[in-house]
Design a protein around this ligand. Structure first.
Ligand SMILES: [Zn+2]
Length: 700
């Protein structure tokens, strides 16, 4: 009897908290004991409160929580069409109502601008926003019902949270965790986005890539606002944060549905969370959602335990056709790599065409030794216990090739204007000709186009035929997720061409490769979370993978610690600093055999790989836990943790120009050993010299 009474009172408490939203103060509330959202009678957002902390986040007059843009016409742009025409949310008449536990903001039709800029017209386009509350999360979806002939609804921001003030500790305490590549940490984003032009007042990037994940968070160390696209379809999406007159921010998840006349479309969910704690909490929340549909990566053991790879100094041909060495140099290059602790060579520009020329043609070069010498050299590396990964392109197509003229033109992703998306990669040397006449363009394959997967499989066959142990598909994990308007490609929508097409291709390629050789390495360039399950190594590029003031590689590494990812040089070209940064983050070294010849970098890197090779179970296979489980008393020293079983390794790096002392305490653990840049040192009481690393190993 007592138990049942307690159950009743608990139920009453929960229901009472959940159902407290109602029409109040001429508006509507959606609230429980953790969070509250308030809209006015016309559907404008007027309050967003974290009831756990008592802080309200909306600081300026509310706006309707969406934006829409449409186009005149369908398919490729034709004379008389217009694109990017706005449907301004403030011009609309909303009806707000509740339906069960859902808040609905409904518009029977919309008033849009027209191509004649000073005019507006009523569009027979219905819009319904649904917001559901669960715990501290508001889940948003939008349904667009386009009954207007001759237009497509091209873009919707759902939600658009306008007028965000600080999170309760002042604007200086707020940090935007922004998943550009490995991540950026942007302190006081209101100040950063206080510029008057669009570039200075907005941060916006497409997912998948350069956004590596479809969430971001504003956090002050104690509480945060999470905004995430929870879209398993991988529709091309934009993460968008804007500054408004230096006083407030807006945040949105942008979709490009291109809803045709006669169509009704419902968005995948966007989730807004008002949470307590640091950004790790938001990262775990996002990861928990991805785990419901995305498997973990499964690279073979030799890759999980590889400290990095080296680009050989010899056996390469450049974009401008200059040759350095021969294929028969590869075994010597392996010996050079081993001198700095690395056992894998990755070769760009091994083909007759030279690097970045005539993709997708991949033929051995006679001057470098021809096909027989290539196979012999690769086989000799393998017999010596080394591995070789050969380069191919994952999406560029050179318009000068027969491939392009016969089938490639049909495979390229097409803009709304009807021609290829083009990318330019033009390298130049010491002369002025190539520098002043840079004009080297490639088309970009639409991954969903018929025939492209077969081409990628043929590249695997080519590389496997040379006996290599791995293939890299350059750019496959990124570049913009092009919205493709080629109607012959059969993708369901232009914005579903890229992400879903790449996943389908990678899954098939993995099946083919692993059925032939489970140890074969499937490598791609550029990091986006949705591709991590299907590949073995990701060759990185972008913020977070090199040291820089707002570089924050922990953001991706903490969220997806299982992915094997390299570092990538960028910013100030200090190789010691690049490797120190990579070492503490657990990024595999993207090194060069010539590093070993450098009097300072060579011994430095050799010690870093030695530490990794001796403690691979922790530093490479251990789970990256960022700063969790320990405290380092010196914030000028970079410190990240790796956990394996009951052991914790804390990797330290001193990026400063002065020696630093750091004391690390890990509650519940005992220090077992301390390893320093200087292998002769032991014990915890040493000073980190500029650029040096150390590893402290703890055990429970
Ligand atoms: Zn396409």
């Amino acid at each position: 009897m007592r138990a049942s009474l307690r159950l009743c009172s608990l139920t009453f408490f929960v229901c009472g908290a959940m159902a407290s939203w109602a029409m109040q103060r001429g508006g509507y509330e959606l609230a429980n004991n953790q969070v509250l959202m308030r809209l006015d009678a016309n559907g404008r957002l007027t309050e967003l409160t974290n009831r756990q902390t008592g802080h309200s986040y909306i600081a300026t007059l509310g706006k309707a929580p969406w934006r829409i843009f449409y186009r005149l016409g369908t398919g490729y742009y034709r004379p008389g069409d217009a694109v990017d025409i706005e449907v301004a949310p403030d011009d609309q008449h909303a009806s707000v109502r509740k339906e069960g536990s859902v808040l609905l903001i409904e518009y029977k039709s919309l008033i849009g601008q027209t191509a004649q800029r000073t005019e507006t017209k009523e569009l027979q386009v219905g819009l319904v926003l649904r917001v559901t509350l669960e715990g501290d999360q508001f889940t948003w979806t939008a349904t667009i019902d386009n009954r207007e002939p001759g237009i497509e609804v091209s873009e919707i921001w759902v939600p658009w949270l306008y007028g965000i003030g600080d999170l309760g500790l002042g604007p200086e305490a707020d940090v935007l965790y922004w998943p550009e590549a490995a991540g950026r940490r942007i302190v006081n984003p209101r100040k950063v986005l206080a510029g008057t032009d669009r570039a200075a007042s907005s941060l916006r990037m497409a997912y998948p890539w350069p956004a590596s994940m479809q969430w971001f968070s504003l956090n002050n160390g104690h509480e945060g606002l999470y905004v995430g696209g929870h879209d398993k379809t991988l529709m091309t999406t934009c993460l968008n944060v804007m500054g408004h007159e230096g006083t407030s921010l807006s945040a949105s998840i942008v979709k490009y549905p291109f809803v045709k006349a006669g169509e009704t479309w419902t968005s995948e969910p966007s989730v807004v969370r008002l949470y307590r704690g640091g950004w790790h909490d938001a990262a775990r929340f996002y990861r928990a959602w991805t785990r419901t549909w995305m498997p973990d990566p499964t690279p073979p053991e030799w890759i999980r335990r590889a400290p990095g790879w080296a680009h050989p100094a010899l056996g390469r041909k450049s974009q401008s056709g200059h040759i350095t060495g021969r294929y028969s140099d590869y075994p010597a290059m392996l010996r050079d790599a081993r001198a700095i602790g690395l056992n894998t060579l990755i070769v760009f520009g091994w083909v007759k065409q030279g690097f970045d020329n005539r993709y997708p043609e991949y033929e051995p070069d006679e001057v470098m030794g021809g096909a027989d010498e290539l196979r012999k050299a690769v086989t000799e590396v393998e017999r010596a216990g080394g591995r070789m990964i050969l380069y191919t392109q994952g999406q560029l197509i050179d318009p000068t090739t027969d491939f392009y003229q016969t089938t490639g033109r049909g495979i390229t992703a097409k803009t709304i204007w009807g021609y290829d998306y083009r990318e330019q990669y033009a390298f130049f040397g010491s002369g002025t000709f190539l520098e002043t006449m840079r004009n080297k363009h490639f088309g970009v394959a639409c991954p969903s186009a018929p025939g492209w997967l077969q081409q990628l499989q043929s590249q695997f066959e080519t590389v496997k035929g040379h006996n290599a142990q791995g293939i890299i598909f350059d750019q496959m994990g990124g570049r913009p997720p092009y919205i493709c308007f080629d109607a012959d490609h059969k993708h369901d929508r232009p914005s579903l061409a890229n992400g879903p097409g790449k996943v389908a291709n990678m899954r098939r390629l993995r099946e083919v490769m692993k059925s032939r050789d489970p140890q074969f390495a499937f490598v791609i360039e550029l990091v986006a979370d949705c591709y991590t399950p299907w590949v073995d190594i990701i060759h990185a590029w972008g913020p977070g993978f090199f040291p820089a003031p707002d570089s924050y590689g922990a953001l991706f590494r903490y969220t997806f610690p299982e992915a094997v990812i390299t570092n990538r040089t960028g910013g100030p070209y200090d190789r010691k600093a690049q490797y120190g940064h990579a070492f503490t983050l657990g990024l595999r070294f993207d090194a060069a055999t010539r590093d070993g010849q450098h009097p300072e970098v060579g011994p430095h890197l050799a010690r870093l790989t030695e530490l990794r090779n001796q403690h691979a179970d922790l530093l490479l296979e251990g789970k990256f836990v960022d700063s969790e489980g320990f405290v380092c008393d010196n914030s000028r020293v970079t410190a990240h943790g790796f956990v394996a079983g009951n052991r914790l390794a804390v990797a330290l790096w001193n990026p400063e120009e002065t020696p630093q002392k750091a004391v690390v305490v890990a509650p519940g653990y005992k220090l077992k050993s301390a390893l320093w840049q200087n292998p002769a040192w032991s014990g915890p009481d040493h000073t980190l010299m500029p650029g040096d690393v150390a590893v402290l190993i703890f055990s429970k």
